[in-house]
Write a new protein. Structure first.
Length: 611
């Protein structure tokens, strides 16, 4: 391929990203920029603005036309990740076929979406394709200062790498004005990008600290908090930033507040560093990535006002993209815990501080999932599967950490508490509607509706309601997740506990349950539910008149289950309880997703005792 300074280039997807790196073209090409570049945009409203700002031919939505007009040596491919595969199929595949049919050389492809990876493009466009994925550094200046040496472009060549060493050096020179480069294997790219994205909210950490400390009487501004955080980071990491280094621990006068700032930034750093090394990234390489990134975002908060930083984040965050997800989950899950830390007097326990790092590692995993497209932009729906898996991983962790009998006792207590809290909520709603808490009301005021996956057989010979459940989605989920042996600890007590919380005078006999060793079905004997038409009519009448909000979704139930079980575990032994939480979170994320886990964790401070 020709050097980029001499190559003809078509930009497909001329948006904010390509405009941001456009100075690289100007520096490489100078006066030849307009003659050797053209671009396509989907933004009709700013079409003329792009032409005027950049001084190159820009067309609207005519990718094939732009390619045929210029016949580029290289394509800079920068559509949103969700659009990229469609453009490859509809535009690039036929265009490359035309070139090959005419005996013309195919252009190199510089792809900017984090996914798909290079191997996908080679599969679609030919194994001889020179392709590279680039995630450019998006902060090259802070205020009036050049900070391009502090961050890096992430560059990934596919396993079938067709680029020469000279061509790679040429690409590096092209990008150099806006940052250094870090080459990654395809397996690590999304993990490293996601960890980098998880440093963006550090500017928000400075704001939370400043607001909370000021309310406590330790007056400090956003910039002063950032200055102190930056100095704390540099001291803890032994890092010296290139260029201006105007930060100071003394920017915050209170020594206790300074210690907390250092503990929090170290916990955040350790969480991301631990995440990267767990994926196989070398510890020293992870440090070389994270040290300047932490410094860079604190530096940005020192020099830019917060409104400017927030506006830039909104501009950088592609709708439905990885940064948007990171910022959402940070605000939902991490920021409330940071607010609690900085609002309390006295030094918090180390495990409370360490939780920040653990949560940011989970956020990083969720961002990876978004990058892979494993979790949809729409929030994942919860059902019995997530509820069952959460119980299974918690039960396994409890038994492993606390040991056999102690773990068994703990699970009995935790499930009993969980069930009784559910039953009491049902009773409160029933009483608020002026209804008697009898068995008909218990059936009418249930908190979840039956879903697919149940197989139930009524037995009519008894005077009371008696049926066998031969199949249920909980047992199915436990079996599919390899957690079948732990389901018995839930089923043995949960239904009787819910009934006890609703009205302890009512009776349920449950001599067998499907998840017990050798169990074939759940054998329910509802002793206060007669086989009469009048009973059925009362259940239906109560259900028709009950207030709204009785039935809860399974995100609610799963968060309640997590909160109750971890609370009981921490009450028994704080250290072991936190170990249970850490194991269960790790295992749940692996069996479900990090994003589902974060949605649960966002609700674990809710009050589940209220109706």
């Amino acid at each position: 391929m020709k050097p980029l300074s001499q190559a003809k280039v078509t930009i497909i997807g001329l948006g904010f990203l390509m405009e941001y790196i456009f100075p690289c073209f100007r520096q490489a090409k100078g006066e030849r920029t307009a003659a050797e570049l053209n671009a396509v945009t989907a933004d009709a409203g700013d079409l003329n603005g792009k032409r005027q700002r950049l001084g190159i031919p820009v067309v609207l939505d005519d990718n094939a036309g732009a390619l045929r007009t210029l016949e580029p040596d290289c394509i800079f491919f920068a559509p949103p990740p969700s659009v990229a595969p469609g453009l490859v199929e509809d535009c690039l595949v036929p265009y490359f076929a035309e070139l090959r049919a005419a005996g013309k050389p195919i252009p190199a492809l510089v792809a900017f979406p984090p996914s798909p990876a290079g191997a996908y493009y080679q599969e679609k466009l030919g194994l001889d394709l020179k392709v590279v994925n680039i995630i450019p550094n998006m902060i090259s200046r802070v205020g009036e200062e050049d900070v391009s040496s502090e961050a890096c472009h992430l560059i990934t060549y596919p396993a079938r790498d067709n680029w020469t060493a000279e061509e790679k050096e040429d690409l590096g020179r092209f990008l150099a004005p806006m940052g250094r480069r870090l080459e990654l294997t395809p397996e690590l790219t999304l993990h490293v990008l996601s960890a980098e994205i998880a440093t963006h909210p550090l500017t928000e950490l400075a704001d939370v600290a400043a607001c909370c400390l000021t309310k406590r009487g330790i007056a400090c501004t956003y910039r002063e908090a950032a200055s102190c955080l930056r100095a704390c980071h540099q001291r803890a990491r032994g890092y010296t930033a290139p260029g201006t280094n105007h930060c100071a621990l003394e920017a915050i006068s209170d020594p206790e507040a300074r210690r907390l700032l250092e503990r929090v930034t170290c916990a955040w750093y350790d969480g991301l560093h631990g995440y990267l090394t767990a994926q196989g990234f070398a510890p020293e390489r992870a440090a070389r990535l994270l040290d300047p990134l932490f410094d860079l975002y604190y530096h940005e908060a020192q020099l830019e006002d917060r409104d400017t930083i927030l506006a830039k984040a909104r501009k950088d965050a592609t709708p439905g993209g990885m940064l948007e997800l990171c910022l959402e989950r940070y605000r939902d899950v991490v920021e409330p815990r940071l607010t609690a830390l900085f609002s309390q007097t006295g030094e918090p326990a180390q495990e409370e501080v360490d939780e920040i790092g653990a949560l940011m590692a989970i956020v990083t995993g969720a961002v990876v999932e978004r990058g892979r497209g494993l979790t949809a932009v729409k929030a994942p729906a919860f059902g019995p599967r997530q509820h069952a898996v959460m119980f299974g991983v918690l039960a396994r962790a409890v038994l492993d950490v606390f040991g056999g009998q102690a773990g068994d006792d703990l699970l009995w207590e935790a499930v009993s508490q969980y069930g009784q809290e559910r039953g009491r909520r049902m009773a409160l709603r029933c009483q608020a509607d002026g209804a008697e808490t009898d068995m008909a009301a218990y059936f009418a005021y249930g908190e979840w509706a039956a879903t697919e996956g149940f197989e139930k057989t009524p037995l009519m010979e008894e005077t009371y309601r008696h049926y066998h459940v031969l199949q249920c989605p909980w047992c199915t989920a436990w079996a599919e997740a390899g957690l079948a042996e732990y389901g018995q600890y839930y089923c043995r007590t949960v239904d009787r506990s819910i009934l006890r919380g609703f009205n302890p005078a009512l009776e349920l006999d449950l001599p067998a349950w499907h998840s017990m060793p050798g169990g074939e079905c759940c054998d329910f004997h509802w002793k206060d539910a007669p086989h009469t038409e009048a009973f059925d009519q009362r259940v239906a009448a109560l259900a028709a008149k009950r207030s709204e909000g009785c039935v809860k979704d399974f995100l609610y139930h799963t968060a309640h289950l997590y909160q109750t079980m971890t609370r009981v575990a921490r009450t028994r032994d704080a250290g072991k309880g936190r170990a249970v939480e850490a194991r269960a979170c790790r295992d749940f994320a692996g069996l479900c997703s990090h994003q589902e886990l974060l949605r649960i964790l966002a609700h674990t401070e809710d009050d589940f005792t209220k109706a």
